[in-house]
Design a protein around this ligand. Structure first.
Ligand SMILES: [Zn+2]
Length: 705
């Protein structure tokens, strides 16, 4: 999950003068802790003093201060240069970022009705403030002036990177368009926002519309009691007593597909799932899909790009659509072959059981589960005792010490927003102070789901001195009980390492400027690479010890864990790639096509690929929320692209030794320290000696011949 802001170029922004004078006085009388230097250890946020009523005035004051700072940049009588324009813009808005970071963290990890209502007030203020900076023509004129002289300015590579990204963000927002074009761009943005909203609303209504309501126990054939109980609970919530209800929400549908022996019912629910938004009713999404792709195409052309995909990919590591297409195609052929073998394995089971039918898409989960039990059986309850939270934490700490020499020491005197939060001060091997890490492990009603890494303060330099980062990890891990400490599942242990990797990139970061720009397809490199170590026997045996006996995890369990990573990989890769390729096809249109048939387009794309009838793309167009309602258009591929990066980077450690200091130092210096502060590909090449190769990923997914 993410975590890092993607392109944090404009930390805050502009000239909403209406806000200025009046509001800042409100909290001036009582001591708002954001308005004076903190008297806390390591200059950490004074959570013991911060009260909800401090946020709104502090955010308003932060906006006002940045407005003044931007005005000063714009009205500077001196000719624009790097320091008085780019440097000054980067340095502006410190108070706003600080308050926002603290407030944002609480919104996720420790919210309340009060926090939610403050957010309703501050969100539009901050959005308008950001727009005002992006649309400030005088500011852009100064940035452009510096950009136009860049060849003779003798800038450092970090300065060049900041200049290029800042300029590019203005241009991508339409800064170079004439007035008429700007008007059209605003119309397109508005229409797109409306269509995306409608797409999402329709999908929600379609998803909620279908219910598989079962009234007879016979209909529950094959379901474990826990799955039946869940369906009974759903029926209760829906006021349908005496029934068992399954929905087309994935957590409800998947166990049904996995365990139900009622093939007719599996077909019924699966068809309902795959036909969402494609039923010709008033919530049909086909016209909206066509509208969105055509408007995106027009917008890209207006801004000077061949296609929407070309526009999106410009800021990614892949750079151009052809690079993504070639990458996906390299994976596609071996993945399809593996999926065909998986189909054959499952058909053997069907035939052996005397089922006289050919495997269909709604059968896949059911027979894959049988394969899993036969070939890869892993018992979660046998594994958990080896993954006590404190042991896993110690395993990660010692990994960081082995790789980077880092030391973690607990601080109980640093104020926290909730008593459950643990705080660690991080030091280099030679004792130099690195930063602070806050960890908040368990679910609370005030915390949103999932796991993420964030920060209260990002690293930068202020007047030549390093500002130390304050990083956070927030999770929802299994709690301890009266009988046992917190015992993690293997997935949870990997999630912990994943988020820790994001935090390491924050803590070890060593960029001069506060603005960072991480390509979306590389955001998951520092996090995913950390997951690799967790199940390597060399590390595993050092931390995975039984919480009662202290015995090291048995070799047989380790072997099973490693085997299980190959289970169902053909299917998972194919259904994911099919959706990624569909996404690219939609967004590589180079001309709007008003008469386009959505189903026909999709069918043609999938037939062209040779997709087998037993598999449906993970998302069909009419319910592909990521690309038509979320922010992942021409970007669904990023997950597997990042996996290529982490697999290739980890290969360096496999070649030189899992804890090889020189390899770790190179990864740290080239990748982690300059992450988002310099162009990533050259940094990656400096670490690896070459651009990332696909083979380690193929090997990991069992796709090598
Ligand atoms: Zn992540």
């Amino acid at each position: 999950m993410n975590h890092l802001k993607l392109a944090v170029l404009f930390l805050a922004m502009t000239m909403c003068l209406a806000l200025a004078a009046g509001d800042q006085g409100t909290a001036a009388g009582d001591a708002n802790p954001f308005f004076s230097p903190y008297k806390t250890p390591l200059n950490t946020p004074p959570f013991d003093l911060i009260k909800n009523e401090h946020f709104l005035p502090a955010i308003k004051e932060g906006i006002r201060q940045q407005q003044v700072e931007i005005e000063a940049i714009v009205n500077n009588p001196a000719a624009p240069d790097f320091a008085n324009t780019l440097g000054a813009l980067d340095a502006s808005g410190r108070l706003l970022s600080e308050v926002n970071a603290v407030f944002g963290a609480l919104q996720g990890a420790d919210t309340s009705p009060a926090i939610q209502s403050i957010a309703k007030e501050t969100t539009p203020l901050i959005a308008a403030h950001g727009d005002n900076i992006r649309l400030n023509e005088k500011l852009f004129a100064r940035v452009k002036s510096v950009y136009d002289q860049r060849a003779k300015l003798k800038l450092t590579s970090e300065e060049q990177f900041l200049l290029q990204n800042t300029y590019r963000d203005f241009v991508r927002g339409g800064a170079l368009l004439d007035e008429k074009q700007k008007v059209r761009l605003r119309e397109l943005n508005q229409q797109l926002a409306m269509l995306s909203l409608r797409f999402g609303d329709n999908l929600l209504a379609e998803t909620n519309d279908f219910k598989l309501a079962l009234e007879n126990r016979d209909d529950l054939a094959g379901l474990p009691p826990s799955v039946a109980a869940m369906a009974e609970g759903t029926a209760g919530q829906l006021k349908m007593p005496g029934q068992w209800v399954f929905t087309v929400q994935v957590p409800s549908m998947t166990p049904f597909l996995q365990y139900s022996t009622r093939r007719d019912l599996r077909e019924k629910i699966y068809r309902a799932y795959t036909m969402r938004g494609d039923r010709g009713n008033d919530r049909d999404n086909k016209d909206i899909v066509r509208g969105i792709v055509n408007l995106r195409c027009e917008k890209a052309k207006l801004l000077g790009y061949d296609s929407h995909a070309a526009f999106v990919l410009e800021t990614n590591m892949a750079k151009v659509p052809a690079a993504v297409d070639a990458f996906l195609k390299r994976l596609w052929d071996p993945a399809l072959e593996r999926a065909k073998r998986e189909t054959a394995d499952m058909q053997v089971i069907i035939d052996r059981e005397g089922g006289k039918f050919k495997l269909a898409p709604w059968d896949w989960w059911h027979y894959a589960e049988k394969v899993r039990q036969e070939k890869y059986a892993l018992d979660d309850t046998a594994l958990r005792p080896y993954f006590k939270l404190e042991n896993v934490r110690q395993g990660i700490f010692s990994l960081c010490e082995k790789l980077y020499g880092l030391k973690f020491s607990e601080r109980r005197d640093i104020p926290v927003y909730n008593p459950e939060v643990q705080v660690f001060e991080v030091h280099e091997a030679d004792g130099r102070y690195v930063g602070v890490l806050y960890m908040d492990f368990h679910p609370r009603p005030s915390k949103r789901g999932g796991a993420w890494s964030g920060s209260f303060r990002r690293e930068s330099y202020e007047k030549g001195r390093r500002v130390a980062p304050l990083s956070t990890i927030t999770c929802n891990f299994t709690r301890s009980t009266a009988d046992a400490p917190s015992l993690l599942s293997v997935e949870e242990a990997k999630t912990f390492a994943h988020e820790f990797g994001h935090s390491l990139a924050t803590l070890l970061s060593d960029g001069i400027y506060r603005s960072r720009s991480v390509p979306r397809d590389a955001v998951e490199l520092p996090s995913q690479i950390m997951e690799n170590w967790m199940l390597e026997p060399e590390l595993l045996t050092s931390y995975a010890k039984h919480y009662q006996t202290g015995a090291v995890i048995p070799a047989e369990l380790v072997q099973k864990l490693q085997n299980s990573s190959l289970f169902n990989q053909g299917f998972e890769t194919v259904e994911y790639l099919a959706a990624s390729i569909l996404d690219m096809k939609w967004h590589e249109l180079t001309q709007p096509q008003p008469g386009l048939g959505v189903d026909e387009f999709e069918t043609r794309a999938m037939t062209g690929l040779g997709l087998i009838p037993e598999i449906v793309p993970r998302y069909r167009s009419t319910y592909f929320n990521h690309i038509f309602s979320g922010g992942y258009s021409a970007g669904y591929y990023v997950y597997i692209w990042a996996e290529q990066l982490d697999a290739d980077a980890f290969e360096a450690f496999k070649e030189k030794g899992l804890f090889d200091k020189a390899t770790a130092l190179s990864f740290r210096k080239n990748v982690l320290e300059k992450y988002g502060a310099l162009e990533l590909m050259p940094q990656y090449v400096a670490f690896r000696g070459a651009e990332p190769k696909i083979e380690p990923l193929l090997k990991r997914r069992g796709l090598m011949k």
